[in-house]
Design a protein around this ligand. Structure first.
Ligand code: FAD
Length: 394
């Protein structure tokens, strides 16, 4: 925690609480949950309920709704701290904290009144966002001019939704969702998709398969299935056909939060590499006294620090856009942090030698976890293309 850029006492107190939560509630459970063969069983309601008691689950809600009103910079620090303990735990809260932030801006007064007090009071209240579908993934990041396959037909008082989303973080655990659905079939998704608020108990909505992931196993990802699911007009977020406006306007820090999650894993790996290099003796002295190893530990530190600076800049500017928000900050910090984490994962495994490949030291789990964000929140190559479009096309 000492190397995080903390500027005030509130941040310090929040991060201290989160670090204690990670030490006491996450770390002792993580290896066992990670090893559960059933992909749904890695998720722990005990961890969620404990986070609720400590105010972590709702910290981005404003005081009016019972939260702490944390800004994006502080939230990114919290997400990184959670990621040091376990990436899946960081993801389940990063999604919930981010979507709560969005809901306070994007939902109208009636929707806020309907959702936010319930979410705040429910110790198991979790949030999810459903955009990706089997045929449309990188397509919506760029965006490629095609419609979503999940479509809605207008009916009296609302919309009938059919289709499916997949890979959705918290998909099987959320109480409320934001869902992107094609409401005008003749238009590309960027012009004809609508963002809907979805309550879990809507008839016609069900959870499909829980995906069996390589890592990040303390978070669940699931398919969302819509079979003649009626969503009332009152559940449209913003206005019909303006879903991509909601994405662009209210999600600026999403990419930086994803970056903070995987940066937490990079920090945990770095720590392990240092500890091992101190105790493992080869060539007559501890590894840390061999220049090649020492230099690599410093290079890891540089990658972590530079990624963190990028994340903090993106988060601060997302909240203070008048000081020079640049849309590439909504695409590139995650690519940087995930590439850094992946490099640090392979180097840490190498420094551990064969011990890094064996499960008992925990490096193997972190390597699987570090891979999660090469694709999650957008494949890195796709994000470079997205940034290039901002730089050269728009
Ligand atoms: C752990 C995890 C959690 C996730 N959570 C969520 C969530 O909560 N909500 C949600 O909506 N989605 C979620 N996703 C989905 C995620 O955003 C997508 O996986 C991601 O957008 C990539 O989609 P894809 O895997 O289908 O890859 P594809 O889009 O099929 O891409 C495959 C490859 O093709 C490349 N490619 C694609 N288009 C182009 C192009 N035009 N030019 C050149 N190369 C191209 C890509 O860069 C990539 O290398 C999650 C994914 C993962 C893995």
């Amino acid at each position: 925690m000492e190397d995080i850029f903390i500027t005030n006492d509130d941040q310090r107190a929040i991060l201290k609480t989160v670090a204690r939560f990670v030490d006491e509630e996450v770390v002792p459970r993580a290896a066992k949950l990670d090893a559960e063969p059933d992909p749904a069983a890695g998720f722990s309601w005990e961890i969620v309920e404990k986070a609720h008691e400590l105010g972590i689950r709702t910290m981005t809600l404003s005081e009016r709704w019972g939260g702490l009103g944390t800004d994006s910079l502080t939230t990114a620090m919290v997400i990184e701290e959670l990621g040091k303990g376990d990436i899946g735990v960081s993801v389940i809260f990063a999604q919930t904290l981010k979507i709560a932030q969005i809901m306070q801006k994007a939902l109208n007064a009636e929707q806020q009144q309907r959702v936010l007090p319930k979410f705040a009071a429910d110790p198991r209240g979790m949030l999810a966002i459903g955009i990706t579908e089997p045929d449309n993934a990188s397509n919506y990041f760029l965006p490629y001019p095609t419609p979503f396959r999940t479509q809605a037909q207008k009916t009296r008082g609302g919309w009938i939704v059919n289709g499916m989303k997949h890979f959705i973080s918290n998909g099987n655990r959320a109480s409320h969702y934001l869902i992107f659905v094609q409401t005008d079939r003749d238009k590309p998704m960027a012009e004809g998709a609508t963002c809907f608020l979805l309550e879990r108990d809507r008839p016609g909505f069900s959870i499909g398969r829980v995906h069996d992931k390589m890592g990040e196993r303390l978070a669940n990802n699931a398919e969302l299935i819509f079979q003649d699911c009626f969503l009332p007009d009152g559940n449209v977020v913003g206005s019909a056909g303006e879903g991509f406006g909601v994405l662009a306007e209210f999600f600026p820090q999403s990419n930086a939060y994803a970056a903070a999650t995987v940066l937490g894993v990079a920090g945990a790996l770095h720590q392990k590499a240092i500890e091992w290099a101190r105790v493992r003796v080869q060539g007559g002295k501890p590894l840390i006294e061999h220049d090649g190893i020492r230099a690599q530990l410093a290079e890891m530190r540089m990658l972590i620090d530079a990624s963190r600076s990028y994340i903090h800049r993106a988060c601060w500017l997302a909240d203070h856009q008048e000081h020079g928000w640049d849309r590439t900050l909504g695409a590139l910090p995650k690519a940087m942090a995930s590439q850094a984490a992946w490099k640090i994962a392979t180097w840490t495994m190498e420094i551990h030698g064969g011990h890094g490949y064996m499960k008992e030291l925990g490096v193997e789990k972190l390597v699987r976890d570090a891979a999660a964000f090469l694709h999650s929140d957008g494949v890195n190559r796709t994000l470079f293309l997205k940034a290039a479009n901002f730089m050269f096309r728009d």
